[in-house]
Design a protein around this ligand. Structure first.
Ligand code: CS2
Ligand code: MG
Length: 421
């Protein structure tokens, strides 16, 4: 039997081609880099390529090198297009390349979902859970301020909270709130050169365990607490610290050592069972394959934005699962809500989901720029059931913003030696 309707659907789907792609740079107080791809049938998809402090690079990579090749391709070939740009670059990997490939990949999954009439998590294998646990950031310049901040987030319903505390003698430190909202949300100074922060490992190691003790005294052990060392310790120091904080039962200890040293975690593992999270600076499975095989950590922190989009994150997630590693994808405010949406679909699917960092600002300006009905309730993220990623960029709103150069702070020891931010 010959069905005309099926033939028309087949003809339509065979004909689909990428007609155009546009890159938008900027956002409310942010340098979001967004690609919007359009097919010849008018179906659109969006992706995020934001790199904090280096925003123009992925935008240029997309505009000058990838988009010219993309026009005319079949948008449903997510895997082949990913391989085309990854293998085709010859000089592989690196955050700029992987962010540009990742943004295209997110947009193509978005289009694929819209063509199929399904949310992306259904295309990945369907839901493994109804909603996904997220963690918020509590911070204080001293312990009392930190305890107040935890109380605030707990009252909002968060079950998992990252804690960062000012250290006496180190007035400004990573993740510690200043007086204004900007510092709290890590928006670095939009003028001038990088600001300098001072770090002292001894002061940190002496003070920080007592902070965990006070948190447990005040909040008990039901609250999941996380902490980010932000690459500051040497392996021996990190091993001693991890051992000392074991009684406070952290959900995770993040980036205890510089993430580029693949063997630094071995010493920590030999001395402590504290769960380790690492990977927000990784952009490829090849940055962590050996560590995963050796089961040196417990949560993988890669992001869809820096690590090649949904296609590559799915591959890393599956490999992680074989080594008892759960996901804890990076969710900084410098990545756009499109990145959060892409990760939310992976989170809803992944059998080895762990937790999601959640810092999207949710201001009216941000919601106007990226309309979606993904939502948060009681510390849980609920994924939209709209076909595709369930998020868009409002092109008119996008025209209001442009790129503004800014830097991360840099870190020096008290004697002036450069250290790790
Ligand atoms: C942090 C990041 O979210 C985190 O865990 O380590 O906020 C990191 O400092 C920024 O992404 C750097 O741009
Ligand atoms: Mg971190």
């Amino acid at each position: 039997m010959f069905y005309w309707s099926e033939t028309i659907v087949l003809l339509w789907s065979y004909a689909v081609k990428i007609a155009s792609a546009e890159v938008f740079v900027g956002g409310p107080g942010k340098n979001y880099v967004t690609i919007k791809i359009r097919t010849d049938e008018g179906v659109t998809g969006v992706g995020d390529a934001s790199i904090n402090g280096r925003g123009l690079l992925p935008a240029t990579y997309l505009k000058e090198y990838l988009i010219p090749c993309l026009i005319g391709m079949d948008p449903r070939k997510t895997e082949d297009i990913w391989q085309y740009f990854y293998r085709g670059a010859y000089f592989r990997r690196g955050p700029v390349t992987m962010a540009a490939i990742g943004a295209i990949d997110m947009a193509l999954w978005d289009i694929k979902g819209k063509i199929a009439g399904l949310p992306v998590y259904q295309l990945l294998g369907g839901p493994s859970r109804d909603a996904c646990l997220v963690y918020a950031h509590a911070t204080g310049s001293d312990v009392e301020a930190l305890l107040d901040s935890i109380t605030h987030y707990q009252a909002e319903g968060y079950k998992a909270i990252r804690i960062q505390c000012g250290i006496p003698g180190m007035p400004e430190g990573y993740g510690v709130a200043g007086d204004d909202e900007d510092t709290k949300h890590f928006i670095t100074d939009f003028t001038g050169l990088p600001k300098t922060e001072i770090w002292d490992t001894e002061k940190y190691l002496r003070f920080m365990p007592g902070v965990f003790e006070k948190i447990r005294e005040r909040f008990g052990f039901d609250l999941k607490i996380l902490h980010d060392v932000h690459h500051r310790l040497r392996p021996r120091e990190a091993a001693a610290f991890a051992k000392e904080v074991e009684p406070y039962r952290l959900f995770w200890l993040e980036d205890p050592t510089p993430a580029d040293d693949q063997s630094a975690l071995k010493l920590i593992r030999q001395h402590s069972t504290v769960p380790i999270a690492i990977g927000e600076v990784f952009n490829s499975i090849w940055d962590c394959k050996d560590m995963m095989e050796q089961e040196l950590f417990d949560f993988i922190r890669v992001s869809a934005t820096i690590a090649g989009g949904i296609t590559h994150l799915r591959r890393i997630t599956d490999f992680a699962d074989m080594h008892h590693i759960r996901t804890g994808f990076h969710g900084p405010p410098s990545h756009s809500p499109i990145s959060m949406a892409a990760q939310a679909h992976l989170n809803r699917w992944a059998p080895n989901f762990g937790i999601q960092e959640y810092l999207v600002l949710g201001t009216p300006e941000c919601d106007a720029l990226f309309p979606s009905d993904h939502h948060m309730k009681n510390g849980m993220f609920y994924v939209s059931d709209a076909p595709g990623l369930g998020i868009d960029i409002d092109e008119k709103e996008a025209k209001r913003y442009s790129h503004q150069a800014h830097y991360h702070p840099i870190v020096r020891l008290e004697d002036g030696t450069m250290w790790n931010y």
